[in-house]
Design a protein around this ligand. Sequence first.
Ligand code: NAG
Length: 395
Amino acid sequence: MCKTAGCCQGCLHYAFDYETPKTLVIPNIRVGCVFRFTQLLVVLYVVGYVCVVQKAYQETDSLISTVTTKVKGFAFTNTSDIGPHLWDVAEYVIPPQGDNSFFVLTNMVVTPEQTESRCPELPNPLTTCVDDCDCIEGHSDPRGNGIQTGLCENYSTTVKTCEVLSWCPLEIDTKLPEPALLSAAENFTVLIKNSITYPKFNFQRRNILPHINSSYLKRCEFNRATDPDCPIFRLKHIVSEAGEEFQDMAVKGGILGILIDWSCDLDWWAKKCYPTYSFRRLDNKHPVNNVAPGYNFRFAKFYKKPDGEETRMLIKAYGIRFNVIVFGTAGKFGIVPTIVNLGAALSFLSLVPVVADWFMLTCSRKKDLYSKEKVTYLTEGTESQMPMATSYGTQ
Ligand SMILES: *[C@@H]1O[C@H](CO)[C@@H](O)[C@H](O)[C@H]1NC(C)=O
C-alpha cells in the first residue's frame, strides 16, 4: 500500500532502540593490576589530599579583627641636650594609640631652643658661598633648611654659607647616639589585645583565651616554649624572634611585624581555634642595598619663654614600629562543598579505564588479540556485515 511503510517502521525502530555497550572481559593479571592500581591512586588522592589535606568538605570564611596595644616600662636618661629625664609611655609611644600598630621611640637627635630666626645653612656644595652674589634672596631648596635671605655668612672660621630664614640653630643629625638613647626599651612589654570574628559561622574569640585568669595575666610573659598563650611580649623577645638584635635595630629604627595566625578548624571533631604568633622584620635590611636604613620622623615640642618668644625643641625620632598583622581562615563542614569537591575529585575515576586500555593495547603481550577483539573495523560496501540492515529490512 505505502512505499514508505517500511521506512517508517525503520524510523520508529531507531527511536525506540535500546543500546547497550558490550563488555569485553580481559583475564590478564597485569592489565587487571594496572587498572586496580590506577583506581587506588585516585582513591588515595581523594581521601588523602582532597579530604585530609585540603579539607575540601569545608566551607571557609576569612576573619574580621581588631587590635589594641598597651606598652609598659620606664627608662631614665641623662644627656647633655635635655639633662636627666625619665621616659614613660606617654613620651616614647608616638602617637599614643594607633591602628594595628604602635611606635616605640628608641633613639633621637635633639635640637633644643630653636627659634624662628636667621642663621647660616649647613655647609654642602650647594650652600657654600664666597660673597652675597652666590645667594639668591627668596630661594628655597626643599632639601635645605629654610628660605635664603641673600646674604653670605660665616658658618665657621673656614666656611661661608648662605644665610637662611629658619628655625635656628639648625639640626645636625649626622651623629647618632650609639648605643641608642633608650636602650632600656628592650625591657618594655606590650600587651596585645586582639578580638576576631568569623561572621559566616558567628564565631568570636580573643587572644586572651578563656583559661587565662587575671593573676596569670599580671605576671606572665610570652615564651614559645613555656607561655605560648600569654599576650604580653617583651620587645627584646619580639625582635630576637624576628632574627634581629634589639640594640642594633634601636639605633636607626625599623619596622617589625607581629603576625597572629588564627587559622581555625571549627568542626565539632576538631574544635581547634587559637592564635599562633610569629615575628618578622618588615622593612628592608638588605646588607648590600642599605642606603637610607631604618625608620625615623621629626616632631617638635613648643614652649613660650617668659618674654613671650616662641621656642621649640626639635626631635628627630628613631624607633621601632610594630605592625600587628592578623590573618586566618576558618573552615567548617558544609554539604555543598562536600558534594561539589567530591564529585570533581571522583570524576578522575572515569580516566582509569583510559589508562588500563592504553596499557592493554600497547604494553601487554597479547595486545594484538585484545585490539582485534576491542576494535572492529568495518569494510565499506559489505552491507551483510551490518546486522541492522539484515534483520530489519522488509518484514
Ligand atoms: C633588661 O633586663 C635585664 C634583666 O631584667 C637586665 O639584665 C638588662 O640589663 C636590662 N636591659 C637594659 C638595657 O636595661
